[in-house]
Design a protein around this ligand. Structure first.
Ligand SMILES: [Zn+2]
Ligand SMILES: [Zn+2]
Length: 150
């Protein structure tokens, strides 16, 4: 991922968010972001997962608010959105410690495994170069059926 993460500019995402023009990290947004930070990178949560975990932590927020908050955190560059099959969406923390990686996604249960591939990154880079595009990221989502769903 090139230049889309606020981590490149300021150390902590929370600090970075506080300095974003016009868009403050409200306590609610901060809670959602903290949840992702606490579970660490490499986890892919749906809006329902986030809702459930916040309820367990005694934070009552409607699912609609969580959808809006997640979308906003993606726009602000804190989270990365992953579009799955059947209209499902998962979110993960954007982090420079966790650069370009790819996803193997079970179309039945949504289980998501990560993998790295220099070839994919390279193919994206070359295609962008050939067409004069400025590369932002090259990631691959592989749709599959996991062992327990087969
Ligand atoms: Zn991932
Ligand atoms: Zn599965």
């Amino acid at each position: 991922m090139l230049g889309s993460s606020p981590y490149d500019r300021i150390g902590s995402p929370l600090e970075a968010g506080l300095h974003q023009e016009g868009r403050r990290l409200t306590p609610q947004r901060r809670k959602v972001l903290e949840l992702f930070e606490n579970i660490g990178s490499g986890m892919h949560l749906s809006a329902e997962d986030v809702h459930h975990q916040l309820l367990e932590a005694n934070t009552r927020v409607s699912l609609a608010t969580i959808y809006r908050t997640l979308r906003l955190l993606v726009e602000m560059g804190f989270l990365h959105e992953l579009e799955l099959s059947e209209g499902g969406h998962r979110f993960e923390l954007s982090s420079r410690d966790h650069p370009d990686h790819h996803h193997l996604v079970c179309v039945r249960c949504g289980r998501t495994e990560e993998f790295e591939s220099e070839n994919v990154v390279e193919a994206g880079r070359k295609a962008a170069e050939r067409n004069g595009f400025e590369l932002i990221e090259s990631t691959l989502n592989v749709r599959a059926v996991c062992p327990s769903c087969q």
